[in-house]
Design a protein around this ligand. Structure first.
Ligand code: NAI
Length: 686
């Protein structure tokens, strides 16, 4: 799916047609021009239907698009309203049925409705590297204009599954091998000119072809693997069902079924959620605060601290073609950091994400040293040393001595207050937080943390850098844990209250996984290790409200060296297979805690667990927006989806709260608050 010009109604079409037809002898050139990505908006569909009529009399019609891409999807801004005529399947059919055969001349991306239109053409010619896909699955839909019915007929069931169910983009070179296009040409228009001189016989329309035979167990096997990966999302399976109609029914019945289901799914909670995330991500990447601010160009970064995070950040920057100087405490630590970074790049080569030559080039731009003077010349420094304000202040004092006065200074702190870290830095406008998530070379989220002093240009540089590093940036103000870890702390606290009141870790985890979370809160803690949260709780002890309920179980586990998976045990025991197993020791501890507190233990159903934990997340998110820490609720959703395993198809905690109704969320949160008096601050707008 693609973004599109928001206003493409009939008025816009009246100003300037989105499709033009020019005749050159026997050839009709049909050009779609609907920036930015030639989406099949209401206007384009109407103009294209007109164009199909206008080409009559020509020998052949060439369909091409202006700008950087062929049609790259539908106009999602129109999806909430009832569909407007002419409908895309009708326009597609007009093209396939036209007496004048169409040839699609493609470049850029051919997505969704674009591919549906291309498949209705008699021939397809693409520029090298053109991408083909049916990304409807990513927004909770199946295609609505014959995509699932024509694609298996054109390229076979296996490839069609990959494209429609898994949302894979197939490049022209592979598409040619699959038989999905006729030719690749550097200049598709020139290639067409040659072809038009000696037009081959018109092939059987794709809709009238048979789906080539496929392995009998393909559908069952695919269903199993899709189900496992989807974590409750339905659209991959919906696409699989629709693809099967192509094999079992004629196009004339399969296509209307697909259309009807497409329209139903537009109204589904899943599609609403996924469309919300699509727009929330775009909004988050362009916060109002940086509007009009010009980012600074970054060619070299100094990273201080080459441990877990520093090494991950360094490899990400190197992969993006940015030179990195990594500074460690001493020569030995520098060597260790160098090996960690090289190891991460090697891993990327092994996984096929990078070729060896690119790795070698990246490593040429890399140095790991123990000399701060080497930071001179970098436009940006990112600090990732121990989580200790004094150590961090010292790092920035040394950096500011050697770096230029307008070099940007960033901290990767998780919990410390950046104002404290930067308090001695002259020109604090150049300071900000760049909070990466672990593992930094994989996790997409980047919280860009602004202090009250940070210049808009400096923030804009953070956002531009995120784009280059292929991260998902979200602006955050300062509070304990910023956006994501603050919600995480509330979520974990609420989960611990459930344990104290009667639930067990595996029940809480199963409930949240059942909702669609990548992991439950306890298995996630075991995975990450319990120490950081333990250190935080100790740090927060002094400021914790006196009446707040405090569940000591996690602290007890830490004291018993049950620090998580790496120490062999945490909330769960871990056998040789590495799978979490219920621990009688932990469960006895939990029950003892309830007993000591005089709490009669009760059972919680999965729904009761998810209702409480999701209400807590939404409440904390709302507070974060009310306090101005986040610009908008959608930012909270983006943080949770990209940093904390919240299921994308649920739209994030804020969208989910709205979807089930804020009244319900309010009731649930009040229940949570009543169960633990004095422990929760309710958002004022809840
Ligand atoms: P780590 O302990 O793996 O690495 C810290 C590195 O900094 C070590 O290699 C150490 O030798 C080096 N170092 C310490 N003092 C130094 C100095 N004065 N000069 C140069 N190098 C120095 O720690 P990790 O996990 O990489 O964390 C680093 C920072 O990132 C912390 O502020 C942490 O809160 C934050 N962070 C950690 C995340 C995590 O999941 N581990 C996630 C996001 C942020």
């Amino acid at each position: 799916m693609s973004e599109s010009r928001p206003e493409t109604g009939p008025e816009a079409a009246a100003d300037r047609p989105t499709v033009t037809v020019e005749r050159a002898g026997e050839i009709a050139w049909v050009t779609i021009d609907n920036p930015p990505v030639n989406a099949t908006s209401n206007a384009v569909r109407a103009d294209l239907a007109g164009a199909v009529k206008d080409v009559q009399g020509a020998r052949v019609a060439a369909l091409r698009c202006a700008g950087r891409t062929f049609i790259a999807g539908g106009d999602m801004t129109e999806f909430d309203a009832p569909p407007v005529e002419p409908h895309l399947p009708d326009v597609v059919q007009m093209i396939e049925d036209s007496d004048v055969p169409f040839v699609a001349l493609m470049h850029g991306n051919v997505l969704g409705g674009g591919l549906e239109i291309a498949m209705a053409c008699a021939w397809r010619i693409a520029a090298p590297g053109t991408g083909f896909g049916l990304p409807e699955v990513n927004v909770g839909l199946i295609p609505g204009a014959g995509g699932t019915q024509r694609l298996p007929r054109l390229v076979g069931m296996e490839a069609a599954i990959d494209i429609a169910c898994r949302g894979r983009i197939v490049k022209a070179e592979e598409m040619l091998e699959l038989g999905g296009i006729d030719r690749i040409a550097d200049d598709p228009e020139r290639a067409f000119d040659e072809m038009a001189a000696d037009l081959p016989g018109r092939p059987v329309p794709v809709s009238r072809r048979e789906v080539p035979a496929f392995a009998p167990d393909l559908i069952d096997e695919t269903e199993k693997s899709l189900r496992k990966k989807a974590r409750g999302q339905q659209s991959p399976l919906e696409n699989l069902v629709a693809l099967q109609w192509a094999a079992s029914e004629p196009f004339t019945t399969g296509q209307p079924r697909e259309r009807a289901r497409h329209l139903e799914l537009r109204q589904s909670a899943e599609s609403r959620a996924l469309r919300h995330v699509f727009f929330a991500e775009r909004a988050a990447a362009r916060p109002a605060t940086i509007e009009g601010a010009a980012p600074q160009e970054i060619t070299r970064i100094a990273i201080v601290g080459g441990g877990l995070m520093g090494a991950g950040i360094a490899s990400t920057a190197l992969t993006a073609g940015i030179a990195v100087t990594l500074i460690e405490r001493d020569a030995e630590a520098a060597r260790g950091a160098h090996d960690r970074v090289a190891g991460l790049l090697d891993g990327a080569v092994k996984r096929g994400k990078m070729d060896a030559a690119t790795r070698d080039a990246a490593l040429e731009g890399f140095a790991a040293v123990d000399d701060y003077a080497r930071a001179a010349g970098a436009e940006l420094a990112i600090e990732a040393v121990f989580e200790d304000a004094d150590v961090k202040r010292d790092v920035f004092a040394r950096l500011s001595e050697v770096m230029s006065e307008d070099a940007i200074l960033a901290t990767n702190t998780s919990y410390l207050d950046p104002r404290e870290i930067f308090r001695d830095i002259p020109a604090p406008g150049r300071c900000l937080g760049l909070h990466f998530f672990s593992p930094a070379h994989i996790m997409k989220l980047l919280e860009v943390v602004r202090t009250p002093d940070t210049d808009a240009e400096v923030l804009a540089t953070g956002f531009a850098l995120a784009r280059r590093l292929r991260k998902m940036p979200v602006l955050s103000g300062i509070c304990d844990g910023f956006i994501g870890n603050r919600i995480l702390a509330a979520y974990r606290r609420a989960a611990d209250y459930l344990l104290a009141d009667g639930a067990l870790p595996h029940e809480v985890d199963a409930a949240m996984r059942g909702f669609g979370m990548a992991m439950g809160p306890y298995e996630a803690q075991d995975m990450a290790g319990l120490q950081i949260a333990w250190a935080n709780r100790k740090r927060q002890a002094a400021t914790r409200p006196a009446g707040e309920r405090y569940v000591t179980i996690a602290d007890q586990l830490c004291e018993m060296d049950r620090l998580g998976r790496r120490s062999g045990k945490g909330w769960y025991d871990y056998g040789d297979d590495g799978k979490p197993q219920r621990s009688s020791e932990v469960e006895a501890l939990i029950e003892a805690h309830s007993r000591e507190q005089g709490i009669p233990r009760r059972t919680f159903t999965a729904d009761e667990i998810t209702a409480r934990l999701l209400a807590v997340m939404a409440n904390e998110g709302l507070r974060i927006v009310e306090e101005g820490i986040a610009e908008r609720a959608g930012d909270i959703d983006v943080v949770e989806i990209h940093g904390y395993g919240f299921p994308r198809w649920r739209g994030g905690p804020m969208h989910h709260a709205a979807e089930i109704g804020w009244d319900t969320t309010r009731r649930n949160m009040h229940l949570v608050a009543e169960e633990s008096p004095g422990s929760w601050v309710l958002a004022s707008t809840l």
